[in-house]
Design a protein around this ligand. Structure first.
Ligand SMILES: NC(=O)c1ccc[n+]([C@@H]2O[C@H](COP(=O)([O-])OP(=O)(O)OC[C@H]3O[C@@H](n4cnc5c(N)ncnc54)[C@H](O)[C@@H]3O)[C@@H](O)[C@H]2O)c1
Length: 343
């Protein structure tokens, strides 16, 4: 079963380790190091089978390569999965994370980790006891939601400029789906612009706490607005929802917003400008790499976060489906680096 997955995957290398003591499988997938060391978070999850965990790590590592290339950070893409029989707690969790730290350390910096599903900054502190290549610890680059929201905001301004001829979001109606860490910060930035902000969250109290006008979670896809900003979960753009959308722009922080690749064409055909998720939501990695590796001050951080808007201007300027244009931009950056290395 693993062999089939490796045949289909186009990454550089992967490490598979079975951890007898916990029954966990550790998968570290280094998809590409052409642009630099492979960066990407570690996900801890219970999967139906170990192969599902490996497949997830492979798919996510590929997406990280494109995301890192778009963010232009001198980083490649990778991802790790700890496929556990059940989520461990206490000493067992600590022991597993220490052994995982040893594994990442043994790769000598080829793969550099941060948090993902079920991995907290406190967990990363434990991994860091054994390994230097860890981002997003409690003493690290801080809450990445802040950087993510700033970059999404810059991306929405670029999208507004392309769609409406002005980057000014004042007076625009923006529907933010998800009033969590990123969504709530984004609402604040939009309110400061003078935008008419609508917000929706399955936890209505969270939505209300933002002070924006609340839309029921079920009504999001039928609500008229200029911009729909998915900041909750993936898969909200699909064959069922896209025909109902009454917006001109889609752009938000959620990962994997498209249910399937064809959804970006569906949006394009409906005349809806889509800011590809892996470009507009790169603020978190930009913040972590900038603060932890590059020693940026606040001005440099802000400038780099807002450069996500420039990347989107370039992508929109290419015409056609922006998801294709973004993939193309990433592929070009990787090909150029590969050529430089050969000459
Ligand atoms: N935090 C980051 O730095 C970062 C970076 C890149 C991408 N993302 C992605 O952005 C999204 C939001 O991240 P976050 O850190 O704000 O997460 P979060 O968990 O803090 O917030 C998510 C919010 O969405 C709400 N929600 C869940 N399902 C919903 C639904 N169907 N409709 C409306 N609301 C719903 C939750 O109640 C919660 O308030 C996630 O998809 C995440 O993967 C986050």
């Amino acid at each position: 079963m693993f062999e089939e997955l490796f045949e289909r995957w186009d990454g550089e290398e992967a490490v598979v380790r079975y951890d007898r003591e916990s029954g966990a499988w550790m998968f570290v997938c280094v998809h590409s190091t052409v642009l630099g060391p492979a960066g990407g978070g570690t996900r801890m999850r219970v999967y139906p089978t170990p192969a599902d965990g490996l497949a997830d790590a492979m798919k996510l590592s590929q997406a990280m390569t494109v995301k890192m290339a778009g963010a232009d950070l001198g980083r490649g893409g990778g991802k790790a999965v700890l496929a556990v029989p059940e989520l461990p707690a206490g000493e067992a969790r600590r022991a597993l994370l220490l052994r995982y730290g040893d594994l990442v350390a043994s790769l000598g910096g080829t793969y550099r980790t941060a948090g993902d599903m079920n991995i907290t900054p406190q967990d990363l502190d434990v991994v860091k006891e054994r390994c230097a290549y860890v981002y997003g610890t409690t003493g690290g680059g801080g809450n990445s939601a802040r950087g993510t929201a700033i970059a999404v905001h810059a991306g929405l301004q670029a999208a507004a400029e392309h769609a409406f001829g002005s980057a000014d979001l004042g007076g625009r109606t923006v529907l933010v789906q998800g009033a969590g860490a990123v969504g709530a910060d984004l609402v604040t930035l939009l309110q400061a612009d003078g935008a008419d902000v609508l917000v929706s969250d399955v936890d209505e109290a969270r939505a209300e706490a933002t002070g924006a006008r609340v839309v029921a979670a079920d009504d999001v896809y039928e609500t008229e607005c200029d911009i729909y900003a998915p900041c909750a979960v993936g898969g909200t753009l699909n064959a069922d929802t896209i025909p109902h959308l009454r917006c001109r722009i889609v752009g938000g922080s959620a990962n994997n917003q498209l249910s399937e690749p064809a959804d970006s064409k569906r949006l394009h055909e409906r005349g809806i400008l889509y800011a590809p998720d892996f470009i507009i939501n790169a603020g978190g990695v930009i913040q972590l790499v900038g603060l932890e590796d590059r020693g940026w001050d606040e001005d440099e951080l802000q400038r780099n976060l807002r450069s996500v808007g420039d990347t989107l201007r370039e992508i929109f300027g290419r015409g056609g489906d922006p998801a294709d244009a973004a993939e193309q931009l990433a592929a070009e950056r990787i090909a150029q680096k590969r050529d430089e290395a050969l000459t």
